[in-house]
Design a protein around this ligand. Structure first.
Ligand SMILES: Nc1nc2c(ncn2[C@@H]2O[C@H](COP(=O)(O)OP(=O)(O)OP(=O)(O)O)[C@@H](O)[C@H]2O)c(=O)[nH]1
Ligand SMILES: [Zn+2]
Length: 345
């Protein structure tokens, strides 16, 4: 089955908004669904408003490689000839340890799915929130399987709100239907979302519940016209938005920078200006207001522990990505140990 829509409505169905590029004459505006090197799969609207997905070659002269979520222009020969400026980018440390790997572009909403069965994992909530903020998209915390708690997840939701200020927290169950309407309200027309969360959190069940018709986008083979059953990556949701399913994105390692951490740890960021030293590490430093707050109970000690853990991970990733800084650290470390050896003699 294919959806037949007017071209603009068809584009909106793919997550297009007024902020995105308008189709130019002689070219076709399309959305990248999945990318693999010199080729990518794109969804586009034909002149009669039908949505199709096909494989497109990428012009070798393009300055950027298209990724899932990108808006691209297809030339008359069907090749990708332009990649539009990106609104937001979800990325992680590259597998080689050098640079960042862009996983998806133009994401509006990151659904962080954390299950309530077995108790709320606060550290996981914090790590995934940091990742989501880092992308420039709005995180929404979905506490799944709320039916496994005796209060519909109310207590866990309160705890989670304290862990990630500024993030809407929704206890949800696909069994009872709790929270689904509120979640759908976050996934209206023009919204592109991705899901993050550990294996078994209930992401597939949630997606099946949110998805509209089972075959909304027709897949057209490379030769054209041939309908093939491909793994669907761009899910058209009944609420009007789209959900991009990107391999490897569902359970992503925490990767974030300091400012993203501050967005989540607003309590620590608010105390830091009262530390004696502006570059205070909140780790045994003289006159540290953050540690003082942890001592007096104003700041939960667990918050500071998680903050330290994240800082350590970020520093490690930076060194891995930046060999110069790494060499610098090694040199410092050598100097320190040399000094220590000398003193021991
Ligand atoms: N009680 C309860 N169980 C649920 C709910 N949603 C999902 N489950 C169950 O949780 C298990 C995992 O659900 P999935 O949807 O496969 O989880 P997933 O996050 O897609 O897992 P991966 O594919 O491994 O990433 C299944 O046995 C589901 O039936 C819910 O709302 N309540
Ligand atoms: Zn401090």
């Amino acid at each position: 089955m294919t959806d037949t829509l007017t071209p603009t409505r068809a584009l909106i169905r793919l997550g297009w908004t007024d902020d995105d590029p308008h189709p130019a004459t002689g070219t076709t505006l399309a959305r990248v669904v999945v990318h693999h090197g010199t080729r990518c799969e794109v969804s586009a609207a034909t002149s009669d408003g039908t949505l199709t997905t096909r494989t497109a070659d990428v012009s070798p002269t393009l300055p950027v490689t298209p990724v899932a979520g990108d808006w691209v222009e297809l030339g008359p020969d069907g090749r990708v000839i332009m990649v539009a400026a990106r609104r937001a980018v979800l990325s992680r440390a590259g597998s080689t340890g050098r640079g960042r790997q862009v996983l998806a572009a133009n994401i509006d909403t990151v659904l962080i799915v954390v299950p309530l069965a077995g108790g709320l994992n606060g550290a996981m909530v914090e790590r995934l929130s940091v990742m989501a903020w880092d992308s420039g998209a709005q995180p929404v915390l979905v506490l799944s399987k709320s039916d496994t708690t005796d209060d519909g997840g109310a207590r866990d939701a309160t705890a989670a709100e304290l862990l990630s200020p500024g993030v809407p927290v929704l206890p949800v169950s696909v069994r009872t239907g709790e929270g689904l309407d509120t979640l759908r309200a976050h996934l209206g027309p023009g919204t592109t979302a991705v899901m993050l969360g550990p294996s078994g959190a209930g992401k597939t069940s949630l997606l099946n519940t949110l998805e509209g018709t089972s075959e909304a986008v027709a897949s057209v083979g490379r030769s054209g016209g041939r309908h093939t059953t491909t793994t669907r990556r761009l899910h058209l949701l009944a609420s009007g938005g789209v959900l991009l399913d990107i391999p490897g994105i569902r359970s992503l390692e925490a990767a974030a920078d300091r400012s993203a951490v501050d967005d989540v740890f607003t309590d620590i960021a608010a105390l830091a200006p009262y530390c004696r030293y502006t570059d205070c590490g909140h780790d045994g430093d003289l006159g540290c207001a953050v540690e003082e707050a942890a001592r007096t109970g104003t700041l939960p000690v667990a918050r500071l522990v998680t903050w330290h853990k994240l800082q350590g991970e970020i520093a490690y990733r930076r060194r891995r990505e930046n060999p110069a800084e790494m060499a610098d650290t090694r040199r410092q470390w050598k100097a320190v140990s040399k000094h220590a050896r000398r003193n021991r003699r």
